[in-house]
Design a protein around this ligand. Structure first.
Ligand SMILES: NC(=O)CC[C@H](N)C(=O)O
Length: 400
């Protein structure tokens, strides 16, 4: 989008770009900088959600990625301290950069405490506005997700050739384990429950279940949905040992979402997950956790061309045939053809037929590719949290 400004001496002219997005293929996109100054790198993906930009930008699964929002008006309801999804709020452990179409307006929402621009600066996220995000999305759709450098310099001075070289030299997302940068290093006792318009966030009541969440970059709303369902929730570092986890005497283990390539991440966590499954510890995984459960039981994951990032994806539960509309955020997928005989496919994407869920036929373990916790997005899949607790009940009854 070329925003034309009136220049008093020369008539209409295009203002100088103060931000650039330079793709690994050499494409240079000009725009206007917001947020942090300087240069950030990442894999460019597009997200089609119309709401929830704060939750999206702070989802640690986006570490190492630059998000292009296809919805043109981002930032118009400002930001607040309540809608952050990363557990470690102090660090910028979500997206590295954002690509927006329209200029960011003043916040118009009673919950807003800050302008998006100031918030991006504080989190160290570099942004660019004034971009034809539809053209960029079409490019990603045609060529696949590619690496890029996003740069913001208020004086408009850029070394474009250096930026092109930097973008081309970035490592592929394939083979990257990004979880150490976002996982907690300390155990956390999580007590915050879900949000209510009148009372804000609730607090968990007397617990019936103890859920240990293995943190690969967990989103807060997952933890809140457990806390709001009679669960004591312990968040454990992603690199915990089997002994660490078993010592906590979990009723169930949750495998979290997270950034990077599951095959690279799984190398050190797969033995842990296999052991938990083998010992019949009820296990539930979301997104990266789904991919890692699949890898732990012998399946394979593949890199997708453009991935799924949005808040309105149709997914079918193959058992009930019911279609749920879900949030999505993934660039890798479980290869259905690689599922071993004791693993059944439970959910599929109705956009492209890719795998969206598995369940073991001989052990209490299941997982989904989509995000049942929403935040942002629809709540159609909240039933999966209840299904997990029912699985724990069934396993307790079986062992009794
Ligand atoms: N949201 C997630 O957990 C993403 C999982 C993984 N990093 C992927 O891109 O597929």
């Amino acid at each position: 989008m070329a925003t034309m400004l009136q220049d008093s001496t020369t008539g209409w002219s295009e203002p100088t770009a103060t931000a650039l997005l330079v793709l690994a293929d050499g494409t240079v996109i000009e725009g206007y900088g917001i947020g942090a100054e300087g240069q950030r790198a990442g894999e460019v993906c597009f997200n089609t959600a119309m709401t929830g930009y704060e939750e999206i930008m702070t989802d640690p699964s986006y570490a190492g990625q630059i998000i292009t929002f296809t919805f043109p008006h981002i930032g118009n309801v400002g930001v607040n301290d309540e809608d952050i999804e990363s557990v470690n709020a102090a660090s910028a452990n979500g997206a590295t950069g954002v690509v927006l179409h329209a200029d960011v307006t003043e916040p118009a929402n009673w919950r807003a405490t800050r302008h998006l621009d100031a918030w991006l600066k504080a989190r160290g996220i570099v942004g660019i506005t004034g971009v034809d995000t539809r053209a960029l999305t079409a490019l990603i759709r045609d060529k696949g997700m590619q690496n890029a450098v996003i740069a913001h310099a208020p004086d408009g001075k850029f070394d474009v050739e250096a930026l092109k070289r930097d973008a081309a030299a970035l490592p592929s997302m394939v083979g990257l384990d990004l979880t150490p940068g976002v996982s907690t290093t300390q155990r956390i006792d999580w007590t915050e429950a879900t949000w209510d318009l009148d009372t804000g966030y609730g607090v968990s009541g007397a617990p019936k279940y103890h859920i240990v969440a293995l943190d690969f970059g967990v989103k807060r709303n997952i933890l809140r949905l457990f806390a709001g369902r009679d669960c004591k929730v312990t968040v454990a570092p992603g690199n915990s040992s089997v002994e660490d986890i078993l010592a906590l005497k979990p009723d169930g283990v949750f495998l979290s979402n997270g950034p990077g390539d599951p095959a690279a991440t799984g190398q050190w966590s797969l033995p842990l997950i296999s052991e938990l499954v083998e010992r019949r510890v009820p296990t539930f995984g979301i997104c990266l956790g789904h991919q890692m459960l699949a890898l732990a039981v012998g399946a394979k994951t593949v890199k997708m061309r453009q991935g799924h990032h949005g808040a309105n994806h149709p997914v079918q539960d193959l058992a009930t045939k019911k279609v749920e509309v879900v949030s999505m955020n993934h660039g890798f997928a479980v290869d259905r053809e690689s599922l071993p005989a004791n693993v059944r496919e439970t959910h599929v994407s109705l956009f492209d037929g890719s795998n969206c869920g598995i369940a073991l036929t001989d052990k209490p373990a299941f997982s989904v590719q989509h995000h049942p916790e929403a935040s942002p997005g629809p709540r159609d899949s909240h039933y999966l949290f209840d299904r997990f607790l029912e699985m724990i009940d069934a396993e307790k009854a079986r062992a009794a």
